[in-house]
Design a protein around this ligand. Structure first.
Ligand code: PLP
Length: 442
């Protein structure tokens, strides 16, 4: 098919020609329910005219200026709106185009703050296994998905990783709450292993995203992690690229835990996919530390602070607000979770159904008692999503759940505009697809 270098080399792709709400259509006239919002980002749905008009209007007015020469009205307005909802005091926003870039900027910002504070020896960033922070070499250094990083590890400076809070497969063999949050205590042990003056930041997703599948940490985890960062002088970087802009039923997932980090990276849902746009949110007091020590933040990007991106983001924010879609993500998300649990609880290959808001995942197991995963070569979750695709429902299949190689899960994360009837249809197709894939695997 032509000259496109495709993401998957072993399949052919239908041509997508139209989107409207939760639906997509291909050139053959087939209709799909987008029940994952791509890789979890189409929050407001497809084909929203307000966003299209806003970005076209901005492109007609001023499509591009270099961010070292100009600001734009749309950027200023958007930043004011965002400052009012982000759980970060006195926030300032650096804009880029992808989640990976927002994370890269966050890592560089944290390092520069520490150096500006006179803490040049701090050169380590603690991250978690079972995390995904991006596809670039810098973000792979903190990503905790072995299958994504091993091939490229000679090309980046690896960073220390600790276990994720993942109660279904607790690595400490413990159960909450008697575990006393061993997963949070692991952060302190790792800080001390390197020496308290060596670690500059801790980075994690508030609710684990694609690598583990919608794993919500136990109560107290985030408070303890934040307290440790504070005690040992680390910046707390929270990766809200997937969870931001309403996905978990709050504007930002950290609101569930009542913790204010030092840096928040966001992307995906910021524009709901209409144009690439991402955000590194930081505190003014830390910018001031850099300004006094170094003058400027050492970072750049040809497409940084893009006015068309800001126009799409502003229109997306307004749409979420005016249609009360964050509350809808919470309420319809609760319905989705309930329907998934009811429909899948008796299927022996379903280990766990978990999630928050409109971010749900199903983890598959070959044996429910031992929690043994399917052989990795089977790509069980991929098979389930292919069968659902054939029936017109899009789901986000992932693997490597258990140890970065073995284990399967699949994310169900539709746009917040999905109706209960559409949720019922998605759940019924998913149930059939799982049964068929399980039948084939036996
Ligand atoms: N961080 C998280 C939590 C993500 O889910 C992703 C993408 O899936 C990224 C970072 C990287 O974002 P992008 O693919 O836009 O570079």
């Amino acid at each position: 098919m032509g000259h496109v270098f495709y993401r998957r080399l072993t399949r052919s792709y239908p041509l997508a020609v139209r989107g409207d709400g939760v639906y997509l259509w291909d050139a053959a006239g087939r209709r799909y329910i987008d029940a994952c919002g791509g890789p979890v980002l189409v929050n407001i749905g497809h084909g929203v005219a307000e966003v299209v008009q806003a970005l076209a209007g901005q492109a007609g007015q001023v499509a591009y200026v270099h961010a070292i020469d100009f600001s734009t009205e749309v950027l200023e307005t958007y930043s004011d709106r965002l400052a009012a909802i982000i759980p970060l005091p006195d926030a300032r926003f650096f804009y880029l185009t992808s989640g990976s870039e927002a994370i890269e900027a966050a890592l560089k910002f944290a390092r520069q703050v520490q150096v500006a504070r006179g803490e040049r020896a701090r050169d380590k960033i603690i991250a978690r296994w079972g995390s995904y922070h991006g596809a670039t070499l810098g973000t792979l250094a903190v990503t905790g998905e072995p299958r994504m990083r091993t091939l490229f590890s000679p090309l980046f400076q690896d960073q220390p990783h600790i276990p994720s809070p993942y109660c279904y497969r607790c690595i400490f063999g413990a159960t909450y709450p008697t575990c006393e949050l061993a997963c949070a205590q692991a952060l302190e042990a790792e800080i001390l292993r390197h020496g308290p003056g060596r670690v500059l930041a801790f980075i994690a997703e508030p609710v684990a995203g694609s690598a583990l599948g919608a794993v919500v940490p136990p109560q107290g985890y985030w408070q303890q992690a934040a307290e440790l960062c504070n005690r040992y002088g680390l910046l707390l970087i929270v990766d809200e690229v997937m969870t931001g802009f309403g996905r978990t039923g709050r504007w930002f997932a950290m609101e569930h835990f009542g913790v204010q980090p030092d840096v928040i990276a966001a992307g995906k849902g910021a524009t709901s996919g209409y144009v690439p746009f991402s955000i590194t949110a930081v505190r003014q007091r830390d910018i001031e530390t850099i300004r006094q020590a170094h003058g400027d933040f050492s970072h750049g990007g040809t497409f940084s602070h893009h006015p068309v991106g800001a126009a799409a983001a502003l229109a997306t924010l307004r749409y979420l607000d005016e249609h009360e879609l964050v509350a809808a993500a919470a309420s319809r998300g609760a319905y989705l979770g309930q329907r998934l649990c009811e429909a899948l609880q008796d299927l022996l290959c379903v280990g766990e159904v978990r999630g928050l808001g409109m971010m749900w995942a199903v983890e598959f197991v070959a044996d429910r008692t031992t929690k043994a995963p399917f052989p990795p070569g089977l790509r069980f979750s991929q098979r389930v999503s292919s069968l659902a695709f054939e029936r017109g429902v899009l789901l986000y299949a992932r693997y490597g759940t258990v140890d970065g190689v073995a284990g399967d899960h699949l994310m169900v994360s539709p746009p917040f505009v999905i109706t209960e009837a559409q949720i019922d249809e998605v759940v019924s197709v998913l149930q059939e697809a799982i049964c068929d894939a399980w039948e084939e695997a036996r």
